[in-house]
Design a protein around this ligand. Structure first.
Ligand code: ATP
Length: 335
């Protein structure tokens, strides 16, 4: 292994993972390459069945690669069992022990390692303070809200100071407001502890708001891997353009040029009547609160535009779409 490779917390080289289902084989992860730096908040984003969880399980050692190499901190871990890897996992369903107090749940991993009660209680209390649950040490999991249980699961996974924390849709069971609060807290905690977080989600907003980098999965492959802003501003493929921020994907013919282009709804202005630009019919108006989403039919295409505030335009009226040339992003041609 060369010195550059050994700087990575995680390195996947040509990793595939297949499952046999009767006579059929499912390639859940298909020849993936990725590297995650130490201390990075890295998200695996994609629709259901795209291979994110399998990829996380491969890193955790819960699945074995069918081919390829997985290295952790410069050591080949392809065949290393989970308990020898310097990592922990937080699952969506928390998996807390119901008969133990919060303090005992958090200190459990330390007890298994034979650490004395006074020391493990101290470390468990410290970790509970970090996840803002200081006053809850004596309670049982059943006496907590969903968000509080999730924090206990987090404290329990962090108490033995893993170098990597794997998180599989950990906020999926929480309501939207709590999820947004927890996103901010998770990010702050990760920054404070400096631990590498690898986060699985199908929620693009969640991935964009917390991550240093995001890998977008589709059918077991990574379509694009970039910082959130680059992913949003410069999607490379039609799939990424649509999945991250729901961009319009336009055939060049409509614009009088060749190729395929992405255009974000918020970069389109909808003008009443006929002007210079793309002419269409306003077919739908959705009031979203701070913004209004307008659906415009242009030929056979349906194009979405987002406007701030309330729209004064009427459904069925003829409109013109306008945008800055710099908002158009050329995409890779369809296969
Ligand atoms: P979700 O968001 O729904 O959890 P995902 O992106 O995490 O989806 P995976 O769980 O990694 O996707 O699954 C990828 C593919 O592999 C799917 O087609 C799934 O049905 C299949 N798969 C996953 N685990 C197994 C298994 N143990 N046996 C057979 N097929 C599996």
């Amino acid at each position: 292994m060369n010195p550059i490779q050994s700087q990575f917390a995680v390195l996947l080289e040509n990793v595939s993972c297949s499952f046999g289902l009767g006579i059929k084989t499912v390639k859940a992860v298909d020849n993936i390459n990725l590297e995650i730096a130490s201390g990075e908040f890295f998200s695996l984003l994609g629709p259901s069945g795209s291979g994110k969880t399998t990829c996380l399980r491969l890193i955790g050692g819960f699945e074995r690669p069918s081919s390829g190499i997985i290295s952790l901190f410069g050591t080949d871990a392809s065949r290393m069992p989970p308990f020898l890897r310097e990592l922990n996992t937080v699952f969506q369903d928390y998996a807390l022990f119901p008969h133990m107090s919060v303090l005992e749940n958090v200190g459990y991993a330390l007890m298994v390692r034979g650490i004395a009660k006074s020391e493990r209680d101290k470390r468990a209390h410290d970790m509970l303070e970090k996840v803002k649950l200081s006053g809850f040490a004596a309670r049982r999991p059943a006496q907590l809200s969903g968000g509080q249980r999730q924090r206990v699961a987090l404290a329990r996974a962090l108490v033995n100071r893993p170098r990597i924390l794997l998180l599989d849709e950990p906020l999926g069971a929480l309501d939207l407001k709590l999820r947004e609060e927890m996103q901010i807290e998770l990010k702050a905690l990760q920054r404070e502890l400096g631990i590498t977080f690898i986060y699985v989600t199908h929620d693009q907003g969640e991935a964009l708001s917390m991550s240093d980098r995001v890998a977008v999965f589709n059918h077991g492959k990574i379509e694009q891997m970039d910082a959130p802003k680059i992913l949003y501003d410069s999607p490379k493929t039609e799939f990424v353009a649509r999945f991250v921020g729901s961009a319009n994907v336009l055939e060049g013919g409509l614009l009088g040029r060749s190729g395929l282009f992405a255009l974000r709804p918020e970069n389109i202005q909808v003008l009443s009547g006929q002007h210079k630009g793309l002419q269409g019919e306003l077919i739908d108006i959705h009031f979203l609160g701070a913004q209004t989403r307008l659906e415009v039919r242009v030929g056979n295409e349906r194009i979405a535009a987002l406007q701030n505030g309330v729209s004064t335009l009427e459904r069925g009226s003829s409109v013109t779409l306008d945008w800055q040339e710099s908002s158009l992003r050329q995409l890779e041609a369809r296969a």
